[in-house]
Write a protein that binds this ligand. Sequence first.
Ligand code: ADP
Ligand code: MG
Ligand code: MG
Length: 251
Amino acid sequence: MLHIKELHASIDSKEILRGVNLDLKPGEVHAIMGPNGSGKSTLASVLIGRDGYDVSGSVTYEGQDLLALSPEERAAAGVFLAFQHPVEIPGVGNMYFMRTALNSLRRQRGQEELDAVDFLALAQERMKLVEMDQTFMSRSVNEGFSGGEKKRNEILQMAILEPKLAILDETDSGLDIDALRVVASGVNALRSEGRTMLVITHHQRLLDYIVPDFVHVMAAGQIVHSGDKDLALELEANGYAGLTPRSAQVG
Ligand code: ADP
Ligand code: MG
Ligand code: MG
């Protein structure tokens, strides 16, 4: 599904990703943990094709060269990112925004667009997953939403767009325990055989709810450790201290 090989990325000649290697198979949930500033969000941004980065290395997604695709083409191919800091878009209705996003994907895939009535039915069904009520659909995108409501809205968007590769960047940050449960159960409901998830988090707590198949630790722009869900528990107990980037290891 996704093969990342020796991925490097810099911005203004500052190297942030320093050779990331990762293999994700269909249906798997991978967690990426790691200290602040280690490059987790940068990895997510590079995968969805945000511009401004100097990128080298290779990323193969379903047999295609992902790095050669535009952000729109990546989205149409099923790559989705739930942002760490969802943006507010005053004046743009949430319903309109999500329908436009979905129809843009459908157009690029040669599928028929959904009209307002069909979209509303879809949205209402998916809103149950994140326990959101319909008033959020008539408000401007994220405007005045609480931190937790913004994150739910990201998961709602994911539920509507049905990506094949879903990247969640610190979707748990700023959530109280109830919101965390809602978000996690929404994510769990969307786990499926054909869908791969990359869950970026600082906290082991999220992984009690979204149990990953693999856990990776990122430090200084590299994946320095990989393991199963128990690695997250070890990190919780021992912290990131003592983890050394591969390039700095002796021998
Ligand atoms: P994480 O998500 O793991 O906290 P980030 O990927 O956000 O880390 O950032 C990694 C490093 O890259 C940090 O030192 C950050 O300051 C730097 N960085 C990220 N984006 C930019 C940017 N647009 N310009 C300059 N430096 C950046
Ligand atoms: Mg951070
Ligand atoms: Mg980040």
